[in-house]
Design a protein around this ligand. Structure first.
Ligand SMILES: [Zn+2]
Length: 444
């Protein structure tokens, strides 16, 4: 066959029993028509084998292919890919032989096959060999089918995420996902709280307190009176790529993957996530930012208790972020203790901060009365008990606020806004009587 002489062709498409592939047949034919049109070929027939596995059925055993072979008036058969025709090398060669005998050639839209030369033939056989190794191919086609469904705005199955519901597709078969007007508001509020740095637990409490309707369950609740949100449910909502209109892979399976990769989403052939704007409540960038907040929150907070306790509780709920007005959390950065703001993420190393505060406490407030004694005496008595030290610090503190600093700077005392409670010892007298005032590392 010489392809340049082809003028009349027929299309052949097959779909297997895999339900999700059902769109692929429309796509196969569409691609075949475009292929023919681009070459100026006339399409004189379309033959389909619907729900027929190529692994089980040889081409000649399929009604569609048999009708094609029996038809007249074409000199080319356009298929989408070699594996649409056959998944077994012998089947492929036999079918091609049949076509050759009746003066027709085989072309594939996606596979560059050329049955007119030995090299082309060898290549086609190789493709058929790959067709036999079908596992990955089927997975890839399921992904492609899903992406195609999503492009059409259709719902690909799996659990319906909170804030959405499925409805009949007005433009054709299947169902599509739409926003649930009532629940989408709660979802939006939950996301906004997370964006502002609230913990997952705080978001769950907020939803419970305001009576937000719980997710609809497939199985009835064991305890129907329970209306409390839990952190797992909230975290699932906040990590679902649907928030940005994306569709997670294997949506039905995400439930069991606790830390599912938020970017295992359906992508177009260029690798760009497929986004359905009609479902999105935040942008892609906002979604990635929420994921970063959740990830960062997890690192120090979700750590096992013994590990967390290795950072001193001396500054637990003591320092406020000056920008955000929230307590800074204890955490570690490269195994060094830090304070960090859960909202704006500013971080301050405690390696210089703790001694800085200790020195100022003892130098400026050492003579202040404290629990029947003085700050200095109580401090000495506290030894290395960090909680006792924390209590002493708190008796003297009016406020301790941490200002955002220049990134990369080691320690800047300017960032530490320290105000003591009104004192009893006259200003300037502090530490004056002390033989050895504690040195301030940041003096000057
Ligand atoms: Zn902050």
């Amino acid at each position: 066959m010489n392809i340049s002489r082809v003028r009349r062709c027929v299309l052949y498409a097959r779909l297997s029993v895999t339900k999700e592939e059902s769109v692929s047949i429309a796509r196969q034919l569409e691609a075949g028509r475009r292929y023919a049109e681009a070459r100026g070929w006339e399409v004189v027939g379309e033959y389909i084998d619907d729900g027929v596995s190529a692994t089980v059925n040889s081409p000649e055993d399929r009604k569609g292919w048999a009708a094609l072979v029996a038809a007249d008036g074409f000199d080319a058969v356009v298929i989408w890919k070699v594996d649409r025709l056959a998944r077994r090398v012998l089947d492929f060669l036999h079918a091609d032989d049949t076509l050759q005998k009746r003066g027709a050639g085989l072309v594939a839209v996606e596979d560059p096959i050329d049955m007119t030369s030995p090299q082309g033939r060898a290549f086609a056989v190789m493709l058929a060999v790959f067709g036999e190794m079908e596992a990955e191919g089927i997975r890839a086609r399921v992904r492609a089918a899903r992406a195609h469904l999503i492009k059409d705005g259709r719902f690909v199955g799996g659990g319906i995420p909170y804030g959405y519901r499925s409805t009949a597709n007005p433009d054709g078969p299947g169902r599509m996902l739409v926003k649930d007007p009532e629940r989408i508001r709660w979802l939006g509020e939950a996301v906004r709280l997370a964006q502002r740095g609230e913990t997952v637990n705080a978001v769950a409490t907020w939803l419970t307190d305001r009576g937000a309707p719980l997710p609809i369950r497939r199985k009835p609740r064991l305890d129907p009176g329970n209306v409390a949100w839990n952190r797992q449910t909230v975290e699932q909502l906040l990590r679902n790529p649907i928030l940005a209109g994306m569709t997670p892979h294997n949506p039905g399976r995400a439930r069991s993957d606790k830390r599912a990769d938020p970017f295992a989403v359906v992508r177009d052939p260029h690798g760009v996530p497929v986004i359905d704007e009609s479902l999105a409540i935040i942008t892609f960038d906002e979604f990635t930012q929420v994921q970063r907040i959740l990830d960062a929150r997890d690192s120090p907070q979700s750590r096992k208790r013994p590990e967390r306790d290795t950072t001193s509780p001396f500054l637990s709920r003591v320092a406020l972020c000056d920008d955000c007005d929230v307590f800074m959390y204890r955490g570690t950065n490269q195994k060094k203790p830090v304070l960090y703001c859960p909202k704006c993420r500013q971080t301050l190393s405690r390696v210089p901060l703790d001694p800085h505060l200790t020195n100022r406490l003892l130098a400026e407030r050492g003579d202040e009365p404290c629990a029947g004694s003085t700050v200095q005496d109580r401090w000495d008595a506290a030894g290395t008990d960090e909680l006792a030290r924390r209590e002493i610090l708190r008796t003297q503190l009016e406020s301790l606020r941490i200002r955002r600093g220049v990134v990369g700077r080691y320690f800047d005392a300017e960032r530490v806004l320290l105000r003591w409670r009104p004192g009893t010892v006259p200003a300037g007298a502090h530490g004056a009587a002390r033989a050895k005032p504690a040195p301030t590392p940041t003096a000057g």
